[in-house]
Design a protein around this ligand. Structure first.
Ligand SMILES: Nc1ncnc2c1ncn2[C@@H]1O[C@H](COP(=O)(O)OP(=O)(O)OP(=O)(O)O)[C@@H](O)[C@H]1O
Ligand SMILES: Nc1ncnc2c1ncn2[C@@H]1O[C@H](COP(=O)(O)OP(=O)(O)OP(=O)(O)O)[C@@H](O)[C@H]1O
Ligand SMILES: [Mg+2]
Ligand SMILES: [Mg+2]
Lengths: 251, 251
């Protein structure tokens, strides 16, 4: 199993939308995929149709008892895609883990023994706290969704620095899978400008595929469906299928 | 001085854009305003033109030594608007304050003695952790920017619950100033649907003023300027001036 953390401390850049739709696109090619919702908001769980009452056990339970991962993973309406859901309880972990033994290695311990999955994606919350650090320590690669906006660009160097620190201190196998530009609007100079700046700085570490701004992507979660099931032909779904192809080639 | 926390754990909903532009609009009416950047990303500080080297002392220093608030507040290019800037160091506070004495009351202690300001706005990070809790404990009112999107709506009830808990346990004067709809796009059914749902649930606690999606609002920070100085006549600036009028009437 290869594990990919989807992280960016900037909020609202498309982490969850990327986690749900990239995982779905890979499952659609016949791979066996697990999505771990590691954000107390629980948006990825909602985006895959899980109600609040269908989240026991949840990701929070893995932190106290890593052996529960297999029991927490459950199938979704997408063939080949399972999910470990998140509840608000997960927010407590940021405080409860402080001072505990191995505070950033709990998720890695939980996912280690899991078998039967080709890929595992971890949707991280908008911060560089203990939940995201657990995601980075558990991962082989980190995928960074980047909204084509100025504030989002500002946080990128801090995020890359944190990835380097985690690689040096706790997880030597961690590398960057790549940066994917999201909510890209061709008509908007700012989008073009940010895309040029990021490609100039990071070169081939930026995926060629860009995810366009597409309202169908934001409508799908209100139906509890990934965009690929809600509207397979929309520009958003097509872009995530292209990203899945590019991602598999690069992996 | 009346203190307003701008909070929402959902990322990218327009907290910083609202903090910078509402504070600017109020200063433009002759009020004396302080903006506290309480997000380690430091976006509000950037949006008001402060470079990374101009942030000493910063909001982080207030947590260790509340007496430094007056020294940390500095003028901006907006007459009547001062800012206490944020640095990445602030992220450490989420861990350092755990187990300390009075972990959620540090900001309140720092802002209490400040004189000479009519209004104080606190830009909170996208989480319900110790930084946001410090903001809610220090505040008289909480203003909730809400993106007209499904995932943003999902988190609202958790946020309102947290506000009630803070009011019951640590800050009895805390009340909701209101919810302001942001990035509203009249052409998009989802926006209209979310706006209707929120008004049905919260009634007059939702501001009449809605902030439209307007690219000029996202361009302004790349020039280190609030939108009102970057482009006073754009729909975004006009909306924040209308919000400032409505906010003053309601206060
Ligand atoms: N390409 C897109 N086009 C249009 N809307 C999008 C797109 N990608 C995401 N969205 C919408 O934008 C909002 C933010 O996206 P999302 O919630 O996936 O970001 P996030 O980084 O996971 O946020 P958070 O930081 O809160 O976890 C959501 O309402 C989502 O539906
Ligand atoms: N009304 C608007 N129209 C267009 N763009 C907007 C609008 N409001 C905010 N933006 C842009 O959307 C992005 C998110 O806004 P902002 O950073 O203010 O949200 P936030 O809630 O403070 O995010 P975070 O959760 O990361 O702190 C920014 O790039 C900002 O420039
Ligand atoms: Mg998310
Ligand atoms: Mg912000």
């Amino acid at each position: 199993m290869r594990t990919i953390a989807i992280a960016n401390q900037k909020g609202g850049v498309g982490k969850t939308t990327t986690a749900v739709n990239l995982a779905t696109a890979l499952a659609a090619t016949g791979a066996s995929v697990l999505l771990v919702d590691f954000d107390p908001q629980g948006n990825a769980s909602t985006g895959l149709g899980l109600g609040r009452a269908e989240r026991d056990p949840s990701a929070y339970d893995l932190l106290a008892d890593p052996g529960r991962a297999a029991a927490a993973a459950r199938p979704t309406m997408v063939p080949g895609l399972s999910v470990i859901p998140a509840t608000q309880e997960l927010a407590g972990a940021e405080v409860e883990l402080v001072g505990e033994d191995n505070p950033t290695g709990r998720l890695r311990a939980a996912l280690g023994p899991l078998a039967g999955f080709d890929w595992c994606f971890i949707d991280c919350p908008p911060s560089l706290g203990l939940l995201t650090l657990n995601g980075l320590v558990a991962a082989d690669r980190v995928l960074i969704p980047l909204q084509a906006e100025f504030y989002a660009l500002e946080g990128l160097s801090q995020l890359l620095k944190t990835v380097e620190q985690v690689k040096a201190r706790s997880n030597p196998r961690l590398d960057l899978a790549g940066v994917v530009l999201t909510m890209f609007d061709r008509r908007n100079n700012l989008s073009e400008q940010v895309a040029q700046d990021v490609r100039a700085a990071l070169g081939t570490r930026v995926f060629r595929t860009m995810i366009p701004r597409n309202v169908r992507l934001s409508e799908a979660p209100s139906h509890g469906l990934p965009a690929l099931l809600y509207d397979l032909r929309c520009p958003g779904s097509e872009a995530y299928m292209a990203l899945a192809r590019e991602f598999r080639e690069a992996a």
